[in-house]
Design a protein around this ligand. Structure first.
Ligand code: AMP
Ligand code: MG
Length: 267
């Protein structure tokens, strides 16, 4: 899984990352589903431990092109987790109030409390993605935001937040299939947005913006992972694995029984 981690300062060519990869699980979807279920169970336990330990928090950032699978990832990876322990924050077009503040204002207030896991469905990274590609702000503005984002994430990390960032990597062809499904399947009509097609036209510009985001903001303290995401089952497995490994690495502890309870007898 380390191979999906973007090393700080590394040059990223998304064309060199195969979105169809099912690394080690080629033709073994059933095995992958079983492995994912096992990880989901471990995640459920780790989330409870995170809450009990109450010293750390976890921030998961999900970014992808439209139809990249952000919603599906959240639905599947957190399937077994206690809803009280996780929170999802979505970031859409800024409201007038949000636009009147610095770009991190609305983001900072959504960061996780101690013991909590927060998932960002889109994030502050839209500032160097849609804002850049759709030219919603001058270049000088979004350029300085890379550094501000790194500074912000560094301070969150120093205060006890574990940050994991996942870029879900799908191909141009896979996006077409998924957008077509939104027009064909009546349970998916609601997902189709009139902005999806103009954005698809700017695919190369978005890929470039994703590459630069990965190059400039994958840090030792808040790494990016490029997840092959054409196969949803493999995407879910990969994200689950990285998450469980990272939570294991926190060395969380069940709080000991306080001294004054040691001789307590329940009457
Ligand atoms: P969805 O996630 O499909 O509900 O769409 C949310 C929309 O909000 C997407 O089109 C994003 O590009 C857009 N969005 C999110 N953050 C920003 C931002 N900072 N500036 C402009 N548009 C944004
Ligand atoms: Mg959308």
């Amino acid at each position: 899984m380390q191979s999906y981690r973007v090393r700080p300062g590394e040059q990223v060519r998304l064309s060199a990352h195969d979105p169809d990869s099912t690394d080690g699980f080629d033709g073994k979807k059933k095995k992958a589903l079983a492995a994912t279920r096992e990880l989901t169970t471990r995640l459920e336990r780790l989330q409870e431990l995170l809450y009990a330990d109450h010293r750390r928090s976890v921030l998961i950032v999900l970014q992808a092109i439209d139809a990249g699978g952000k919603d599906g990832t959240i639905r599947h990876v957190f399937e077994g987790v206690n809803p009280q322990g996780v929170r999802v924050a979505r970031f859409g077009r800024p409201t007038p109030e949000e636009s009147a503040h610095d770009f991190l204002w609305r983001v900072h207030r959504q960061t996780p409390e101690k013991g909590e896991i927060t998932i960002f469905n889109r994030s502050h990274y839209e500032e160097v993605l849609v804002v850049r590609v759709e030219k919603l702000a001058p270049r000088s503005t979004w350029l300085r935001h890379y550094r501000q984002i790194n500074d912000f994430e560094r301070s969150l990390t120093e205060e006890g937040t574990l940050i994991l960032k996942f870029f879900l990597h799908i191909s141009f062809d896979e996006q077409r299939k998924r957008l077509e499904a939104r027009l064909r399947d009546r349970t998916k009509y609601w997902k189709f947005s009139s902005a999806d097609l103009p954005e698809r036209k700017r695919w190369p510009a978005y890929q470039r913006a994703f590459e630069e985001m990965l190059e400039k903001t994958s840090t030792p303290y808040a790494p990016w992972y490029v997840i092959p995401a054409n196969r949803k089952w493999f995407r879910n497995l990969s994200v689950s694995r990285i998450l469980v490994e990272a939570l294991d690495g926190l060395q969380l502890k069940w709080p000991p029984l306080p001294a004054d309870f040691r001789s307590t007898v329940v009457p």
